[in-house]
Design a binder for this molecule. Sequence first.
Ligand code: GTR
Length: 402
Amino acid sequence: MANGADKPWQADPELVEKKSRPGSEINYHESKVPSYDLPDPLVDSAGEAVTAESWPQRREELMELFREHVYGRRPSVPYRLNAINVARHEGVFEGAADARELKLEITSGGESYAFTLLLFTPTGKVAGDESKRPAIVFLNNRDFPTLKQAIEEPNDFWPVRQICERGFVAASVSTKQIDPDAKGKFDEGLRGFFARVSGTGPDEHSWGALSAWGWGLSRVVDYLLTMPEVDPDRIAVVGHSRGGKAALWAAAEDPRIAVAYSNNSGCGGAALSRREYGETVKRITTAFPYWFCKHFASYGDRVAELPVDQHQLIALIAPRSVYVTSATEDLWADPRGEYLSLINAAPVFERLGKSAVSNPQMPAADQPRTSGQTGYHIRSGIHNLTPTDWQHFMDFMKTLED
Ligand code: GTR
């Protein structure tokens, strides 16, 4: 092992210097992180300590705060979901899986909106005496493959063959197909669709694209729950970066999601906003205002006044499971802030009778740490979702079976 390879991770000072620009508002120095107080997930708005029994009410209070101030409120418009088979190939990956392409079509007020679902089901025998498989739904925020590409062109970002070979049903949808990942395209996406059919325009607290993407994940869950081969208690959602932010919020909004995995999700995802390290609320709401509700931008210059912070987002998923990962060179996403979120959510898991990662020291690079419902690793390298990240995550999924 290289010197210090088993010591708690800390940002490489040379990298910190390299990334720090004179006069820039973006801070990479740990010494310049402002002092802050995190809002306590286990004290309610009346100042009362939260017990396991009162957690459901406190959870709802926190959900409302996140909706109102960060991700926005989803519309409550009735709709119908239709899954349309588009293509099917049996025995792909030398017989290891069956592959399908479906269209998930949402119909409301006589209009429809649709996005593609790619779905791979392993063909092998299910381990033990169980007859059902866990499923992993990947929210792809990069180039979404065609079914043919997913079968024929191995892709490290979504290593679907390896996922199937480890016994998981593998599903994927595209962020952009659910709601465009660009400014000024509201009318073209799911949010525009719902605004049109309900006749209500967006306001200060309406859902942003991250929430719409997460809503799309929940429609995949709807479909998976109709599949007899899927274990309804072991459905995971996975996202990288902006996709990781959406995956966490999707799991907060949808209790049927058993596991959320956020990879390099940073600001607005796993990282604590109050640290203002790397990407800040001010910067993200300037560059990507449409990801959040409009109101979130008003906290750009006053993050200390945010009624929530991101450890509470992770806590909202308790007592279900959360896996968070960072990358050593991805200081923009604030690895330490991501780890601190995870450990500051641990008291909620514990209050609910579960264990969670709580060691205040970060692990060394490339050494996954798991405890009960949560897990973490920081991979050597750049901002990316790699086969190594996937393997560690699937190892974590396996620990949940015991
Ligand atoms: C960046 C953005 C991050 C992160 C990233 C990504 O430009 O600032 O918040 O989400 O994009 O999605 O890769």
